[in-house]
Write a protein that binds this ligand. Structure first.
Ligand code: PGA
Length: 250
């Protein structure tokens, strides 16, 4: 039985004082033992978030990292730097990074390898555009994204990875994929994981759904056999996140 994982993606919101106050309020409410809860904060808010999560079961994550340990990469942040802040998770290949910062599948793959080598768990995002859905190539597209992201990663490491299926048309739009659409895609991802590795490994890998998850649709999504939690954007900026976590507890 896979343990559900519900991650907050704060994106580029809050300033550190706001993050401190919100995390202090939120963390005691989501310090639960039946679900893995992660707060993915902007890098400059790691200190206040880590202070709030200290001695709790709530893990800290970030939303991006560089693929080298160090060097002449102005403005970047490396996995060893993050590990120093007890960061456990890193979102990689979010569609906003692919769209606005030209991140490619090859780059996501490099970052995933580096994250795993540094002991961080990558939350690798895949998902189709509305156009691709209308062209009926959703499954093909997310299969390829997944294969490219995991190229060269062995099954022991892959078992630790979290995949987030995030249809781009559902992100921040208030339009959620139906539970059937989300389950169809997540089941297809589980299938491709079994093809890349084996059934055993595929059964271990957690697959989240992301895209306008709210307390109103979380329960139905979490009831699907291949949906192991959620990556939550907008609704993670309020105490709605607590409600979503409670639904994950079943
Ligand atoms: P949303 O964002 O919940 O605001 O749609 C999800 C995400 O981008 O991870």
């Amino acid at each position: 039985m896979r343990r559900k994982i519900i991650a907050a993606n704060w994106k580029m919101n809050f300033v550190p004082l706001e993050a401190k106050a919100f995390a202090a309020e939120l963390v005691p409410l989501v310090d639960v033992d039946d679900v893995d809860v992660v707060i993915c904060a902007p890098h400059v808010m790691l200190c206040p978030v880590r202070t709030a999560t200290k001695d709790t079961r709530v893990a800290v994550g970030v939303q991006n990292m560089h693929f080298e340990d160090k060097g002449a990469y102005t403005g970047e942040i490396s996995a060893p730097m993050l590990a120093h802040f007890d960061v456990e998770y890193v979102i990689l290949g979010h569609s906003e990074r692919r769209a606005y910062f030209a991140e490619t599948d090859a780059l996501v793959n490099k970052k995933a390898k580096k994250a795993l080598a540094a002991g961080l768990i990558p939350i690798i995002c895949v998902g189709e555009t509305l156009e691709q859905r209308e062209q009926n190539i959703t499954i093909e597209f997310i299969r390829i994204q997944t294969k490219l992201a995991l190229a060269g990663i062995d099954s022991a490491d892959a078992a630790k990875v979290v995949i987030a299926y995030e249809p781009i048309w559902a992100i921040g739009t208030g339009v959620t994929a139906t539970a059937e659409q989300a389950e169809e895609a997540c089941a297809a991802l589980r299938q491709v994981l079994a093809e890349i590795y084996d059934k055993d490994t595929a059964e271990k890998i957690r697959i989240q759904y992301g895209g306008s998850v709210t307390p109103g649709n979380a329960a139905e999504l979490f009831a699907q056999p291949n949906i192991d939690g959620a990556l939550v954007g907008g609704a993670s900026l309020s105490l709605d996140f607590e409600k979503i976590v409670k639904y994950g507890g079943g």
